[in-house]
Write a new protein. Structure first.
Length: 134
């Protein structure tokens, strides 16, 4: 996949996950694969595309997390706190990571994450997560 960056007039690569598997339980969260691309000091442009609707719920968020060991993560940013999981289609966010340094592992979390409660969104929904950096 390619994305034309209007601000720089260049083509930047867009990374994307496969469609998520159905959730095992109604209150589960979806976490992206580990991102090992260097996101330190950059702006992360993120798309969460709900391709199959989940149940309606409030306070369903999206968080960007970082880790030093790919095991213990901490929330770096929460670009969305009420995404509306029952509505299909893409949602776009820009996350400022320009003050982040030295973190080797990142992940994007939907409906949960470190210290974030997950809502009962059912098990039928699916989504993809795409991103690029500037």
């Amino acid at each position: 996949n390619q994305f034309i960056s209007r601000s720089q007039g260049a083509i930047a690569s867009v990374s994307s996950t496969n469609a998520s598997a159905a959730l095992a339980g109604a209150s589960n969260s979806i976490r992206s694969n580990t991102i090992t691309e260097n996101l330190n000091g950059k702006t992360l442009h993120l798309c969460v595309d709900i391709t199959t609707a989940f149940n309606s719920a409030s306070n369903v968020g999206v968080s960007v997390e970082g880790s030093m060991d790919d095991d213990n993560y901490t929330v770096l940013a929460t670009p969305e706190s009420n995404i509306g999981p029952n509505v299909t289609g893409p949602r776009f966010y820009s996350v400022d990571l320009t003050k982040v340094n030295g973190i080797p592992y990142f992940t994007v979390h939907f409906n949960g994450g470190v210290g974030i409660s997950s809502a009962a969104i059912g098990t039928a929904g699916k989504l993809t997560i795409s991103y690029y950096t500037t």
